[in-house]
Design a protein around this ligand. Sequence first.
Ligand code: TYD
Ligand code: MG
Length: 472
Amino acid sequence: MPRMIVHVCSQCGFQSAQWHGQCPGCEAWNTLGEERLAAGGGAGRSGGRRAIRAVRGAGTSAGHRLVSRPLREVGSAPMTRMATGIGELDRVLGGGLVPGSLVLLGGSPGIGKSTITNMVLGNLQRAGHRTLYVSGEESAEQVRLRAERLAPGALEVPVLAETDLEIVLDVIAAEAPQACVIDSVQTLHAGELSGAPGSVGQVREVAGRIMELAKARGVAVILVGHVTKEGALAGPRVLEHLVDCVLQFEGERERPYRELRALKNRFGSTNEAGLFEMRQGGLVEVLDASARFVAEATRAPGSVVLAAMEGSRPLLVEVQALVAPSELEQPRRVVSGFDRNRLALVLAILSRHGRVSTGAADVFVNVVGGVRVDEPGCDLAVALAVASASSGVPVIGPHPPAPRACFGELGLTGELRWVGHPERRLEEAAKHGCAGVIAPRDSGADACEAATLLEALAEALPPQERRPARAA
Ligand code: TYD
Ligand code: MG
């Protein structure tokens, strides 16, 4: 089939035979990338037509009209998952790797993508599965050096250090692995396109060709992808709808905690998150995260324990705030592990409905341990941490002086709103020795319930304690 090259805009999909610096469609700069155009089809692969022809051939004899049928009559294929041997990862995946599925694993450099994928293949290899580790980034020797630090199975994994897509596809076809890692999808190069490896056209072509082979042979593929400075998976979002599952590895390089989240999952929930710690022997699952974070909580003014939900699992994390006089005209609002716009909203609600103004002060908020919380239940913790920091009163229970936990969403009118799974949050806080939990109404008999932010503030930072701090 003759092949043509078109230039496709990665933002709006505009196609042009010529390359333009600025896309004529959406006027974005430097977004046109090369793609292969199969004769008679659209850009990329003409998979749609081919698929219809295949269905026609398989389902009906030639010449018969293709008819739809009720879902009830569609046979369900039994899905046998391969357990990766890493419990937290299996949970995020929804029970293990599905044969023939494509998983995109994103994360910034040095976060541990190569480490976890190497560990996964090591475990699978030990469990009797055939595996293949394709490294486009590092030489085989470098991959070995890493594997030496991991559990013994990691050294059993067959490795192919190659960046040429055709060779990689040939090896996958010849060795027929059951699980394969491509580290990374941005380093492979399809010879037919002249674009540099990692460009939109290349990434899409590489992933598309690998997907075809993976689906045909039932290989579970993990594509490792880098994340750009803006936090998007490089090769923009073109891969996200192609693959079955998008996993994001997060955390700070300088801190040991790593969080693995599913952003998309055709075979499981996207609510789950797994917590890991980077140690000498690779990534270790953190199963007692709540206990650790509560034990590490400082109990000082500005520190609050948040009873959060990470998917279906409760997690206690420490939220810290610092409020300091600013020397800048526009005071700083610095957050880590929490949404910056949400902080602006919480500060506005605090000032309007909680009588805690931070107008001219710098405000820093940090979710300790490099964890990111993005559920509505964390509003109250941020508000209490800021209020506690600015009043100098710690949020702790009197007898014994253990930290108090909290959760709840703040409404724009200053009300404290109900959030999901209060009973599990309360249970987790009680299990780890928190001195009571400040929570919205209807959360449970054990909670110190508050209907508004003002009530929650009165409960957490009793006025009689606040006054001496102010006078001092
Ligand atoms: P790596 O998996 O190479 O990151 P990525 O593929 O996402 O770029 O590993 C990143 C870091 O982890 C690296 O700085 C070294 C560290 N590390 C450990 O601390 N312990 C270990 O056992 C291993 C293998 C790596
Ligand atoms: Mg790597």
